[in-house]
Design a protein around this ligand. Structure first.
Ligand code: HEC
Length: 150
């Protein structure tokens, strides 16, 4: 965490802990229509491994995120989202990613997308980034240690 945001950090940390060790163990039923609320967000990615969803996510990423996070989330004006802790098996869970996208990071350029994207759309973006992370890892042979390289 690069800035001091006590309330948000506590919230994110709590959510992060809830999301571990496995968000998939939460046993929640996916809501029929998923509102992008951080409070009711299902912790599981309903589109896990779904390539069609990843393609929709790629398009959404291009329209909403790429101007800061660069093409395919490789990092630019904002952090990369596909290597290190965001890489396959990395420390950052899907649930943590979901909450960060939905709630944003107040006080930083990272806005909250919880009202402009639906819950399904946020999961589609995550599905794209996770697929891209696996592709990057396969291409480089490792998740890399350049997690903090913008
Ligand atoms: C206006 C620029 C901007 C846009 C647009 C933007 N972000 Fe960000 N994002 C940032 C910045 C800057 C940070 C780092 C915030 C901080 O200092 O903690 C960030 C942080 C993040 C993080 C946490 C990264 C980490 O390692 O802690 C995630 C995940 C993320 N953004 C995803 C997205 C997604 C997905 C979208 C599109 C739906 C998006 N962002 C759109 C600027 C942006």
């Amino acid at each position: 965490m690069r800035r001091s945001l006590p309330k948000l950090s506590a919230l994110v940390a709590a959510g992060w802990m809830l999301g571990l060790p496995s968000p998939h163990a939460a046993g929640l039923d996916p809501p029929a229509a998923t509102p992008a609320s951080t409070a009711t967000a299902d912790l599981r990615n309903p589109f896990f491994g779904d390539h069609a969803a990843a393609e929709k996510g790629e398009e959404l990423f291009g329209r909403n995120c790429q101007q800061c996070h660069n093409s395919r989330g490789k990092g630019g004006k904002a952090p990369q989202l596909v290597r290190g802790a965001w890489g396959p098996g990395g420390a950052n869970s899907d649930a943590f990613m979901y909450r960060t996208i939905a709630a944003g990071r107040p006080g930083t350029p990272m806005g909250a997308f919880g009202s402009s994207l639906s819950g399904d759309e946020i999961w589609q973006v995550i599905t794209f980034l996770r697929e891209e992370a696996r592709r990057v890892k396969a291409a480089t042979g490792s998740a890399g240690d350049d997690d903090h390289l913008w």
